[in-house]
Each structure stands twice: as C-alpha cells, then as structure tokens.
Design a binder for this molecule. Structure first.
Ligand SMILES: NC(=O)c1ccc[n+]([C@@H]2O[C@H](COP(=O)([O-])OP(=O)(O)OC[C@H]3O[C@@H](n4cnc5c(N)ncnc54)[C@H](OP(=O)(O)O)[C@@H]3O)[C@@H](O)[C@H]2O)c1
Length: 324
C-alpha cells in the first residue's frame, strides 16, 4: 500500500507518499480500506519528533479514518466485510489500509458521507469522554470551550447545545466567533481582545465545565472562570505545561481539575469510550443535531499541504485527507 511516512523529524516537506508493507489485522482487529483520514494537531507534533506513537502503535501518522472493512481478524464479531465505518486509531490513518481493534470502530452515522465521517472519531471521543463522561455536563450547565473554531471546539459547541447547556467559546477573530455563533454558541469571546474571565462572568456568572486546549497559560484564569463545583478539563498544552495554581481558589469553589489524553489509553478504555459515543452521541449525529464541520479536503498524497494549512491557522473545523 501507499502511506505518508516521516522521512526525518521536521517540517511538512519531510512527509513522503511512499510504498510500505500492508498491515495485517491481528486477533480482535479488522483491516480497513481507508477512504479518508483527518489531520489532528498532535500529527504536527509527531511529524516534528515531539510526540512519538505509544508502544505497539503504527509509526504512520493518523489518529482517525473512515473506510470499508476489507478483512476480519480472528474472533471479530458484529462486523462484516464491506461495512462502511469510521475508526479511532492510535496511528496508521495516513495510509491506504489500516489495521484497527474492532472495539474502536463506529458505524458511519445517519446521513453523514463516508468521507466526512473521517473527521468524527477523534473529536467525538475526546469531547464525549471529557465533557460528558468525566465532567458530567448536564442540561442548564454553562460550558466554556476554548478554541471554539477548531476541530474539537466546533464539535464541542454542537454537543453542548444538543445536551441543553449554555455554550461560551473563545476564538481568535470576529469572523470565527460569528461562525461559532452560527453553530450554536451563545457567548462568543475574542481571546485576542477580550478578557474571557470578565466576559464569562458578565454573561453567565461562571462555567460549570471548561474544555481547555491551552494548559499552563490559562490555568489561573480558568480557575477564576469556574463556577462553584465547576470542572476544568485540560486536553491541550498549546500554552505550555507548567503553570501556577491557587489551591485556595479551587478549595473555596469546591472545583476540580483533570487532564486527559486519549491516544495512550489501553484498547479496552478506548473501547468503553467508543461504546458510549455510539450509544449516546451517535443518535445526536443521526438526527443532525451534531454534524461534521469540514474546512477543506486535501488528497492524502498532499498531506504536507494540509499540515501547512493547520500550521498557518484559520482552519474552521477539520481538514480531511482523502485517499483517492
Ligand atoms: N488530550 C486529548 O486526548 C486530545 C485529543 C484531541 C485534541 N487534543 C488537543 O486539543 C486541542 C484542540 O485540538 P483541535 O484538533 O481542535 O486543534 P485545532 O483545530 O488546530 O484548533 C486549535 C485551536 O486553538 C485555538 N487557540 C489558539 N490560541 C488560543 C488562545 N490563546 N486561546 C484560545 N484558543 C486558542 C485556535 O483558535 P483560533 O484559530 O480562532 O485562533 C484554534 O481554534 C489541541 O491542543 C489538541 O492537541 C487533545
């Protein structure tokens, strides 16, 4: 098969579309003919040599894909050759074929096209596991989503609204804020020009749940933005890894902070998340309350262009990589 390989750690020019051996599905796995993959911010770090795959995972980039089942490994039940699916991957998505544990498969939901489904597994599993399974977002809660215009953010807005929350977002320009509003965001905050803590307090009091991509840079401000009993979930470190925490403020608010990563979790845990997504989030996608948000489709052989696009900024939603 052909796949995108990293010639050496560095810039997008080091991504090479080349022949590699086909993957072989092990017990409990299926082989997919990939229709499309999608770019994640973690892929940029992996390309630069800063985010190696977890033990046992493919060296090939790509944390999600859509495609058709070509072969069932030993012991796989509940799926057939020819089924159209999308999949959460630990790696290997930037390729014509990928082997994936069957528990990480999801059916292509409702009216969603096979190609577009490639951009759903990573955002769906990340948002659902953090905002709902961990932080317990409920109807009437206030959800603050940092980076509302990104892949994760555009999905989190829709999930928050579908669950009956008031959704506030931060984004970098007025145009992006307006597009977040069109997706359902109730409160939009320009992080370049406005103080998100003051804006959130003015508009909604405080946040019951915060989904944070910034890490250290926003740690103190996020604690200030939490409501009593609020839950801060950190999933990104775009603003660094070491911050200062005022435990007194956390204690007074009886608030909590968690940080989670999806990729390194054992297959069983990913399977539990995928099962919850299928049971509870997929019905929202099937009835159109939550849709894939696609900025651009690039052919997989030109993955370097897609990486440049994400690095330049200004992507709204996801950039997909189509195989054909
Ligand atoms: N832990 C996990 O399991 C997990 C899983 C998936 C993703 N992630 C992480 O989640 C984050 C978002 O992923 P993604 O796929 O949505 O990436 P993305 O599409 O590249 O979006 C990144 C977003 O960061 C925003 N941003 C930049 N500076 C900001 C600031 N100072 N304040 C608020 N927002 C700011 C950008 O907003 P503008 O473009 O509007 O400036 C952009 O929308 C990344 O850090 C990614 O690594 C973690």
């Amino acid at each position: 098969m052909r796949a995108i390989m990293i010639r050496e750690p560095g810039g997008p020019e080091n991504l090479e579309w080349t022949e590699v051996p086909d993957p072989v599905p092990g017990p409990g796995e299926v082989l997919l003919d990939v229709a499309a993959s999608a770019v994640n911010r973690a892929d940029l770090l992996q390309r630069q040599g800063h985010y190696p795959p977890p033990p046992g995972a493919s060296e090939i980039l790509g944390l999600e894909c859509s495609g058709t089942i070509a072969e069932l490994g030993e012991g796989v039940t509940g799926w057939q050759v020819g089924d159209e699916v999308c999949a959460l991957l630990a790696g290997g998505g930037y390729a014509e074929k990928v082997a994936v544990p069957a528990v990480q498969l999801l059916p292509v939901p409702g009216e969603v096209k096979l190609l577009a489904a490639a951009g759903l597994p990573e955002v769906a599993c990340t948002v659902w596991s953090n905002v709902v399974m961990h932080a317990g977002l409920g109807e009437g809660d206030v959800l603050l989503v940092h980076g509302g215009a990104g892949g994760i953010g555009t999905h989190a807005i829709q999930v928050g609204k579908a669950l009956g929350a008031t959704v506030a977002v931060t984004a970098g320009t007025g145009d992006r804020l307006e597009r977040c509003r069109q997706l359902g965001a109730d409160i939009v905050i320009n992080y370049r020009e406005q103080d998100f803590v003051a804006e959130l307090r003015k508009e909604a009091g405080g946040a019951d749940v915060i989904l944070d991509n910034m890490g250290a840079k926003y740690l103190g401000k996020n604690v200030d933005a939490l409501a009593t009993g609020g839950r801060l979930v950190v999933i990104g470190m775009q603003g660094g890894v070491k911050g200062e925490l005022n435990i007194g403020k956390l204690l007074t608010k009886r608030a909590s902070i968690a940080a989670t990563g999806l990729r390194g979790r054992p297959v069983e845990e990913k399977g539990e998340i995928v099962a919850a997504v299928r049971e509870q989030l997929w019905p929202l996608v099937e009835r159109g309350s939550v849709r894939p948000v696609i900025d651009q489709v690039v052919s997989l052989g030109k993955a370097a262009d897609a990486h440049r696009r994400l690095e330049e900024g200004g992507v709204f939603g996801k950039v997909l990589l189509a195989v054909s």
